[in-house]
Design a protein around this ligand. Structure first.
Ligand code: F6P
Length: 354
């Protein structure tokens, strides 16, 4: 057997642990050769691939990013500015390499593209990746724990400087449509208010929370997801990349909130955009283990010729779900999630309604 592996979409801590586990597991069985496709699906169009073996994955477990590189705008079915369908070219390269199957590691966009290749006759196994933790049918994606750890540490730091100066400190996290990073990061970092995309907020209610705390001599720490928005308002888009499968790039809602809050409160309001610090750097131990389990499970699916499936974590078990149940879908924070209940139960404002 000859298996290809690629990493698509934004990078995230733990990708290398998956590449390592897939390569080692398939090599150990002696049944399969592994080829790494470089820069995601783009490598199928640019014909960039290299063999992977135990030596090439020996030192990558703890390394952030992806040694194969990635590409977050390439879609061979709708390429670049022309929108041309170049999937036939990609399939030519697949046949030239002699691949029997492809392991595609990525988020919802990657799963959707992988699913389309499967329909063209390339057997595929998917491995879910996103720091946003927003893929359906899996309770966790690797990379999320690492991102939450970065947010928690940032909030710890913002809290002490914020308290010292009596300021309102706003930290903006990633999370376009789902607020998992802001919710868990905010809980772990002791935020006083957590603003997530699923619950539109009222800036005047946030201001009144800050004023109440000022009256008690307290500073305020706000954790806001980039996709959070005030009631009746849209997303804060900072750039549009027309060729990308999801063309909008978010960012700036923290600063926008700062401008609304500042005239309404006594304290100085300051904003920190955590941005790509949440995605870079080494994976946590949890993510290394989850990524290793996912990689091993993907290899098992390949060896069992159980294609068209994505690895998932349900409870303690690694299972698999059909790719078409996942492709293009997003797992939002349910409004009755126990974590929301616990946060509100200890007085953290989630959503801050008017
Ligand atoms: O999908 C993961 C994610 O981290 C989002 O939370 C964020 O909006 C996006 O990637 C940022 O991607 P880029 O690297 O294109 O700025």
């Amino acid at each position: 057997m000859h298996i290809g592996i690629l990493t698509g979409g934004g990078d995230c801590p733990g990708l290398n642990a998956v590449i390592r586990a897939v390569t080692l597991a398939l090599h150990r069985e002696g049944a399969a050769r592994v080829t790494g496709i470089e820069r995601g699906f783009h490598g199928l169009l640019t014909r960039r691939a290299r063999p992977l073996g135990p030596d090439s994955v020996a030192d990558i477990l703890a390394v952030g990013g992806t040694v194969l590189g990635t590409h977050n705008t390439c879609n061979p079915f709708k390429d670049g500015a022309t929108g041309a369908d170049r999937s036939a070219e990609a399939m030519d390269f697949v046949r030239e390499l002699g691949l029997d199957a492809l392991v595609a590691v990525g988020g919802d966009g990657t799963m959707a593209i992988a699913h389309r290749f499967e329909k063209l006759g390339l057997p595929v196994v998917g491995v879910p990746k996103t720091i946003d933790n927003d893929l359906p049918h899996t309770e966790r994606t690797f990379g999320f724990d690492s991102a939450v750890a970065v947010v928690a540490e940032a909030l710890d730091r913002l809290a002490t400087t914020g308290r010292s100066h009596g300021r309102v400190m706003i930290a903006e996290t990633m999370g376009r449509y789902a607020g998992w990073i802001a919710l868990e990061g905010g809980l772990a970092g002791g935020a006083d208010a957590i603003l997530i995309p699923e619950v539109p907020f009222d800036a005047f209610a946030v201001a009144s929370l800050c004023r109440q705390r000022e009256e008690q001599g307290l500073s305020t720490l706000i954790c806001i997801a980039e996709g959070a928005h005030a009631r009746g308002q849209g997303l804060t888009v900072h750039a549009t990349i027309p060729d990308s499968p999801d063309p909008i790039r978010l960012g700036g809602v923290g600063h926008a909130l700062q401008h609304v809050l500042q005239p309404l409160v006594q304290s100085e309001v300051r904003t920190t955009l955590l941005g790509h610090t949440q995605r870079g750097g080494p994976p946590t131990a949890f993510d290394r283990i989850l990524a290793t389990r996912f990689g091993y499970h993907a290899a098992e699916l390949v060896l069992g010729r159980r294609y068209g499936r994505m690895v998932a974590l349900q409870g303690d078990a690694c299972v698999s779900v059909a790719l078409d149940e996942v492709a293009g879908k997003t797992r939002l924070v349910p409004l009755d999630h126990p974590m929301l209940k616990a946060a509100r139960g200890i007085g953290i404002s989630v959503g801050v309604a008017g």
